[in-house]
Design a protein around this ligand. Structure first.
Ligand code: SF4
Length: 345
């Protein structure tokens, strides 16, 4: 309610100042991604016609960042947007939004996913499918973040997401997390398999500075092993409970995710079992997504049972009073189901 009022007030001020609305997105305006294989991108979104993932630098040496080059390359995209030209890579993206976008000098979102090794072998992971999980091309990101701080492109409000591969096996992981905390970053999102328990994550959770997202995709050891390729279900559940012990009352900083995967867990029973498991161990926030390769295959004609599963998950979250975030593809399907219903009324 308060944030809506704040937004309405900001819009009112923009209208008074005669500012113009235009179509853009948060990543395009204020985001940057340090991706695998020494690539730097604008975003990692790829579930749409343009396939996103615009490249700002394709051969980053990991030692010194040519900030001017990055900012200039980004400006090329932004200029197109400001001239009402949607870049090819953004065509059809759900994150485009007509708004009073302001020029900011600071990155609001930074995703660190330059580390590609992992301690699971999830069958939906593009890197596993392409046999691309390896230590190669890994570099220490901390000096690069220092460079961004010195250039005033990062401040305490910048949101950092750490992915991978697996975040906790990135060699500088603990140092990185404490570096961000010591600098005063307040909003850190860590994606992890949950297999390796990290005291630094527990510490960050206890201080309300970070959240951890663990994709378990199943409620049984058997199904988990089929999907994740490791026999570590019980270890992960124990680690989830340990992280929960550090979560402050009323906070939702330990998040469990379920990725719907064709032929494995794409049914109400597995989804319901997962809800029950999460509820029993005291999880307050969940996330749902769809396997990207499967989504790309079916996106022109989403089967009705997949739409039903997303709606079912929404319903279950209400009934069990657990917050549910619909991630990219699940969110598109949910929005689509709402439009479709309206059209058929
Ligand atoms: S592809 Fe989507 S998320 Fe990425 S920059 Fe374009 S509009 Fe933004």
């Amino acid at each position: 309610m308060f944030s809506k009022l704040k937004k309405n007030f900001r819009n009112f001020v923009s209208i008074i100042k005669n500012e113009k609305k235009f179509i853009s997105c948060e990543w395009l305006e204020n985001g940057i991604i340090f991706d695998h294989a020494n690539i730097i991108r604008v975003c990692c979104e790829q579930s749409h016609e343009g396939k996103g993932r615009y490249i700002l630098e394709d051969s980053f040496n990991g030692l010194w960042l040519d900030i001017d080059k990055i900012l200039n390359n980004k400006q090329v995209l932004k200029n197109k947007i400001r001239n009402n030209i949607i870049p090819d890579s953004c065509k059809g993206c759900q994150f485009l939004k007509n708004d009073f976008w302001k020029e900011k000098k600071v990155f609001s979102n930074i995703l660190l996913t330059h580390w590609s090794n992992c301690n699971t072998r999830c069958i939906y992971c593009p890197a596993v499918r392409d046999n691309n999980l390896k230590d190669a091309n890994h570099y220490n990101i901390i000096p690069i973040i220092e460079q961004l701080i010195d250039a005033k492109l990062v401040n305490q409000d910048t949101k950092f997401s750490i992915a991978g591969g697996e975040s906790t096996i990135y060699p500088e992981f603990d140092k990185l997390l404490y570096f961000l905390i010591d600098y005063g970053i307040k909003n850190i999102n860590i994606n992890s398999s949950g297999i390796k328990y990290s005291p630094s994550i527990a510490d960050a959770i206890s201080k309300n500075l970070a959240e951890i997202v663990i994709s378990i995709d199943a409620a049984s050891s058997f199904l988990y092993k089929l999907i994740k390729g490791t026999d570590t279900f019980n270890i992960v559940i124990e680690n989830v409970k340990r992280y929960l012990d550090y979560q402050q009352i009323g906070e939702k900083r330990v998040i469990l995710k379920f990725i719907l995967l064709k032929g494995y867990n794409d049914n109400k029973k597995d989804l319901l079992d997962w809800f029950m498991l999460c509820s029993n161990i005291g999880i307050k926030k969940l996330a749902l997504d769809i396997d990207i390769a499967w989504y790309n295959e079916m996106q022109a004609n989403i089967p009705s049972y997949v739409i039903d599963l997303v709606l079912f998950a929404k319903e279950m979250s209400k009934l069990n009073n657990i917050e549910l975030d619909l991630y990219d593809r699940a969110c598109i399907i949910y929005k689509y189901s709402k439009i479709d219903r309206k059209e058929h009324k």
